[in-house]
Design a protein. Structure first.
Length: 434
């Protein structure tokens, strides 16, 4: 008995999730299901040709070059020690406040996120930079790890965000506009995290200690040390905003700038450069594998008309625009317990995006909203990627302690999502004025 498109689509999704549960890499699983399903419905020869053409087109596409370039920039930045300078500079100014080291960590995470674009890299870096400092001043373990986990999520919000870039590639949106759309929501996130720490310090004054006040000479010396990341950020993002660079060119300029600054300051040895190239290549290969798998799976979805059918079903539920949006966001929070941010975006956006455009939501605004929701999945229990990263680096703390520490920041993130849904202008103001 020959199966119809609907039956093949359902079987395809069941097999996909079964493969993922068996720990098959997401890109491989999506590619396998996509090619097999497409081959069953259309024929084996077209399916095999599709594999070769898709793979070659993806790895040679100029637009996709934005991913390895920004990954390389982030690797150079990590190796050259800019994260430590950002933390120490912020600590000189706010460390003497109650909970000041937590505020300094958020500020430094934001600065590092703005030149690395990776949530996991931000969390891993500040687990080694900020955690020992906070423990030295007797900050509780839960608070220290919770702040770092929350601060790590800023990596996907500030440009150059790899997750936003992948969203733009999948939905064919302007990546430069998506980067610009993340700036104000990112600043809102930083402000609300800092306010959360301040409130914790005010409500429980004995819970958070304060570091000694630094003299103004040390503060100014600390500011002098952050010229490198500031120059890099202004050059790359200023060039994007001013129309001097395309996103791919900005990635190349950023990687070259990070390399030159690191070498000029004597912070990048030959071993560091080789390690950075290897790290960026490995990560880019993993991302491209997922992208190729997603594109192959997308062809399978197209041939079965799954996105159109999902759109018809969801819009017929009578929930209204914001009811459907709430349902989608709830789905992402649940998926956050099962997979990482990149996998969620790549797996679901080809199905969800037609629903959003049909309902009349702005695709750039939706990109920011979904990235924020996905990043919330990185810290909320029972599974959070940033929590696992911190646990790997800080081995003397257990998972329950870290999750207890992130609870106030999860609440803050939910409030921030509500604000951005109520006021879309926060995300759209900057890209609309480019």
């Amino acid at each position: 008995m020959e199966l119809g498109a609907n039956e093949v689509a359902v079987i395809g999704f069941i097999v996909l999730f079964a493969l993922m549960l068996l720990r098959v890499p997401v890109g491989m699983a999506m590619g396998l299901v996509g090619v097999s399903g497409f081959g069953y419905l259309v024929g084996g020869t077209p399916a095999l040709k599709m594999v070769g053409q898709t793979s070659m087109r993806t790895v040679t596409d100029y637009t996709f070059g934005v991913i390895p370039m920004f990954l390389l920039m982030g690797a150079f930045v990590s190796r050259s020690g800019m994260s430590r300078e950002l933390f120490h500079a912020a600590n000189k100014f706010v460390g003497h406040f109650r909970g000041g080291l937590g505020i300094a960590t958020i500020a430094a995470c934001a600065g590092f996120a703005a030149i690395s674009g990776s949530s996991v890299a931000t969390a891993a870096t500040f687990s080694t930079v900020a955690y020992p400092e906070m423990r030295q001043y007797r900050y509780p373990q839960a608070f220290s790890t919770g702040v770092i986990a929350a601060g790590g999520t800023l990596g996907a919000m500030f440009p150059p965000s790899i997750v936003l870039a992948v969203y733009g590639l999948i939905t064919q949106q302007d990546i430069g506009k998506l980067f610009m759309a993340g700036i104000l929501p990112g600043l809102l996130a930083v402000s609300m995290y800092m306010a959360t720490i301040t409130i914790i310090g005010a409500v429980r004054p004995r819970y958070l200690p304060a570091a000694p006040r630094s003299p103004w000479r040390e503060r100014l010396n600390g500011l002098r040390d952050v010229w490198a990341p500031l120059l890099l950020f202004v050059f790359v993002i200023g060039g994007l905003y001013g129309g001097l660079f395309t996103p791919t060119e900005a990635g190349g300029v950023g990687a070259a700038g990070a390399f030159l600054i690191g070498v000029a300051r004597g912070r990048l040895s030959r071993e560091d450069v080789l390690a950075s190239l290897l790290q960026a290549t490995r990560t880019a290969a993993a991302v491209f594998t997922i992208l190729i798998g997603a594109i192959l799976f997308g062809y399978f979805l197209t041939i079965t008309q799954t996105p159109q059918k999902v759109t018809e079903f969801v819009t017929s539920l009578g929930l209204g625009r914001y009811g459907v949006l709430a349902l989608i966001m709830l789905m992402y929070l649940v998926l956050g317990c099962l997979m990482d941010a990149m996998a969620m975006i790549i797996l679901t956006i080809p199905i969800i995006f037609p629903v959003i455009t049909t309902l009349g939501f702005d695709p750039v605004w939706f990109g920011v909203i979904i990235v924020m929701t996905v990043e919330l999945g990185l810290i909320h229990p029972p599974v959070g990627m940033n929590v696992f990263v911190i646990k790997t680096v800080v081995q003397d703390v257990n998972f329950s302690t870290i999750f207890y520490g992130v609870i106030p920041f999860v609440i803050t993130d939910i409030i921030r999502l509500a604000i951005l849904i109520a006021f879309p202008t926060l995300a759209l103001y900057v890209p609309n004025h480019m």
